[in-house]
Design a binder for this molecule. Structure first.
Ligand SMILES: Cc1ncc(COP(=O)(O)O)c(C=O)c1O
Length: 387
């Protein structure tokens, strides 16, 4: 079945009650059984049977089936946030004494979570490339974690090359695929073992929910669903699941519009004298563009630019002048957003991460591209004049 059908109708073929076009939202925390024996059997298989909302729920289950199909995975498990999915996934794969390789820049709280795991005897090393992996791998290395495109810099990782390297060394790979959505990139088909997403971005699409998902083979998802999912209690609510279903219905058309608008805005910025660099893997000038074309079928609209300045005040003034880009965290919604690490991240952290002062992250929404370009053009006037 192709992706557009999965987004729209998969798992929803049966007529819902009264001919409703949307599935019902199962709002109950518990499910009951005819006999005690039936309850016992359901509890032993609580990853698949409806017993209690913290385990699973029919509305959440429907989302899981749709997301697994879209990602080409056997099973998916949804969480109350992307970080819930990431934390549970990493914890399910490591034990005290194990080591994790982190390839390229990843979402800040993912790194914070790995630091948190140090108190349980799990260590990690950040590396830039496969040569770095070669130097940093240890006998205790179990897991290789990465994002592609990478966080904030939007560097492209050659997914098949990395998973080949990891497989030869017996490592499990986990990749955060939030940037592309499963519509534009399918890492499981390129050898990744488990794929995580924040559903709070493009998949939700309306900035009205927080959610996460992990997808992969049943042999890895089942233990996680029975243990970390249940014990961390980061369950997705059926109301948020219903919103994800609505987000999925329009995902293909929204992503096509995000792609078109994002590329138009990026191309404008690339030619602007007040902009030193545009980090968008969809631009032919991007160093990872050729690999991106091999492993992705489209580009989302989150990217970064480097303003021609070393002044935090000038970066702040640029943000303040924008009218259509609202200042805020997160991304992937219908509304355009802007954020700048120099203003929102501690100076020492920004410098350690190698993020330039002038870096601004843009999430291009669904407003007309010409209005966004005009807005950016006006805000860029004067940037670079403070020496
Ligand atoms: C790349 C990436 N992964 C994961 C997350 C975490 O998702 P959530 O905010 O749903 O916990 C984020 C959030 O910004 C993100 O940008």
């Amino acid at each position: 079945m192709d992706d557009e059908w999965i987004c729209g109708r998969l798992g929803e073929d049966e007529p819902w009650v009264l001919g409703a076009v949307n599935p019902p939202v199962f709002e109950n925390s518990i499910f009951t059984f005819e006999t005690a024996q039936e309850l016992g059997e359901a509890i032993r298989n609580e990853d698949e049977r409806y017993v209690y909302w913290r385990g699973t729920n029919p509305t959440v289950d429907l989302v899981q089936r749709k997301l697994a199909a879209l990602e080409r995975g056997e099973r998916a498990k949804c969480f109350g946030s992307g970080m819930g999915a990431i934390a549970a996934t990493i914890s399910s794969l490591v034990s005290a004494g194990d080591h994790v390789l982190v390839l390229g820049a990843v979402y800040g709280p993912t790194t914070q979570f790995l630091r948190y795991l140090e108190k349980f005897g799990v260590t990690h090393t950040h590396v830039d490339d496969l040569a770095g992996c070669d130097s940093a791998i240890k006998a205790s290395t179990r897991l290789l974690y990465f994002e592609s495109p990478s966080y904030m810099a939007y560097a492209v990782v050659d997914i098949a090359e990395v998973t080949g390297w990891a497989r030869e060394r017996g490592l499990v790979t986990v990749m955060d695929n939030t940037w592309s959505t499963p519509l534009f990139q399918k890492p499981l088909t390129m050898g990744v073992d488990l794929v995580v997403h924040s559903l709070s971005k493009y998949i939700g699409g309306h900035s009205d929910l927080v959610g996460g998902v992990v997808t992969g083979p049943s042999r890895l998802i089942r233990p996680l669903a029975l243990t970390e999912y249940q014990l961390y209690g980061a369950a997705m609510s059926p109301h948020d699941a219903a919103k994800v279903i609505k987000g999925l219905r329009t995902l293909p058309v929204r992503m096509a519009a995000h792609q078109e608008r994002g590329l138009a805005v990026a191309a404008f910025l690339e030619g602007h004298p007040a902009v030193r660099a545009v980090n968008h893997p969809g631009l032919p000038s991007h160093p990872g563009h050729a690999i991106a074309l091999q492993q992705m079928t489209g580009f989302s609209s989150l990217f970064s630019i480097v303003l021609d300045t070393e002044s935090r005040d000038e970066v702040g003034a640029f943000l303040d002048k924008l009218r259509y880009f609202r200042i805020g965290v997160s991304w992937g919604g219908f509304e355009s957003l802007v954020n700048a690490p120099a203003l929102s991240t501690e100076e020492s952290v920004r410098a350690t991460m190698g993020i330039p002062v002038g870096l601004a992250r843009l999430s291009v929404g669904l407003e007309p591209a010409d209005a966004l370009i005009k807005d950016l053009g006006l805000a860029l006037e004067g940037v670079g004049r403070l020496a």
